[in-house]
Design a protein around this ligand. Structure first.
Ligand code: ADP
Ligand code: MG
Length: 336
């Protein structure tokens, strides 16, 4: 395939959002059903992700922060057969280079927990026994502290980085059914606030309720679109008549076979179609769309960029035309 080398190069931790994304993906890969993201000062002081997944085995303590080390399947011939989010072994090594990283972990059959500390080269500096239920907690302190210029810029723009982090986390919270995801933020002396939460429910619809509230969820209706060559798009979009999202930021989420992706062209199709068909009453509203593209293997390439969010869809135009047609039917003024 020739792409293995390419996907192994490049920085995976670009900002606060990608840091949290990589940690949450590791928890999901570990089979966690409970994931807690604890932030301090919007994540600039501390990002801590705790899960109840499989834990880390002792023979993996030394290597897990080394570049290109992964315990996940490595000898794939086809990236699309990949069932885990991670496979390159770059996230923890990058985080060590950028911040102070410590890990507390216990395997299901482990007698006690272990605290592991790493230096900036990803070298294991110490281990100490500690109490912990099975699972793993990764703590990242002062992201970008080892890149002074980036650090300053990060601190200056922390609110904007935080907004992106929330969008990333919302995407995983929406699509990860049967996983409870909670994110809290602790600022100054104020009480810790919950900023994203799901209850581990088995349906996307219930995740939408817990992430965005029932008022938003009530303004949505299910959509299923048959696309070209076996592709389908399914999820929820705004009802024609519902002005559900007046001031909130964009709530346009795309997934590819359950993985969050960036699909700017898809977002444009949704917003343009909505705008062209909305009545005077909803003209100032932004549409909500939470759509999973179910595409057959070999009809897309993931991992075009290091953060794995850019994708190349072979039949993108046909697929988006089908989406546009379905949305037009749904939102046509005559229908309501
Ligand atoms: P990748 O996910 O591509 O394997 P990472 O750098 O993200 O690479 O993680 C390196 C390794 O650390 C993983 O392969 C896994 O063995 C271990 N690991 C990291 N986070 C967790 C976690 N939450 N639970 C269990 N193992 C983990
Ligand atoms: Mg990973």
């Amino acid at each position: 395939r020739g792409s293995v080398h390419r996907i192994c190069s490049g920085q995976v931790i670009l900002d606060l959002g990608t840091a949290v994304k990589e940690l949450v993906e590791n928890s999901l890969d570990a089979g966690a059903t409970n994931i807690e993201v604890r932030l301090k000062e919007y994540g600039s002081e501390l990002i801590e992700v705790a899960d109840n997944g499989c834990g880390i085995r002792p023979d993996n303590y030394q290597a897990l922060t080394l570049k290109y080390h992964t315990s996940k399947l490595r000898c794939f011939t086809d990236l699309q057969e990949l069932s885990t989010f991670g496979f390159r072994g770059e996230a923890l090594s990058s985080l060590c280079a950028l911040a102070d990283v410590s890990v507390v972990t216990r395997t299901t059959d482990g007698a006690a927990g272990v605290r592991l500390t790493y230096d900036h080269a990803g070298k294991l500096m110490g281990t100490a026994a500690t109490a912990r239920a099975p699972g793993t907690t990764v703590a990242v302190r002062e992201l970008f502290k080892h890149l002074p210029v980036r650090f300053k810029e990060f601190r200056r723009n922390v609110k904007r980085e935080y907004a992106k982090l929330l969008a990333v986390l919302q995407a995983y919270a929406l699509i990860a059914t049967s996983v409870r995801i909670i994110c809290t933020n602790h600022v100054g002396r104020a009480a810790r606030t919950t900023v994203v939460s799901t209850q581990g429910s088995p349906t996307l619809r219930e995740n939408i309720v817990t992430v965005f509230g029932s008022r938003v969820a009530d303004g949505l209706e299910p959509l299923i679109v048959e696309g070209p060559s076996g592709a389908t798009i399914s999820g929820y979009v705004s009802k024609a008549t519902a002005g559900s999202s007046k001031s909130a930021g964009d709530r346009l989420f795309f997934f590819l076979n359950g993985r969050p992706i960036d699909l700017p062209k898809g977002s444009r199709v949704v917003t343009d179609t909505y705008r062209s068909l909305s009545s005077a009453a909803t003209a100032h509203c932004r549409p909500v769309a939470i759509l999973d593209l179910q595409l057959p293997r070999h009809s897309y390439d993931i991992n075009v960029t290091p953060d794995k969010r850019k994708t190349f869809l072979h039949h993108e135009d046909e697929l988006l035309n089908a989406l546009q047609k379905a949305l037009q039917e749904l939102w046509e003024p005559s229908r309501s």
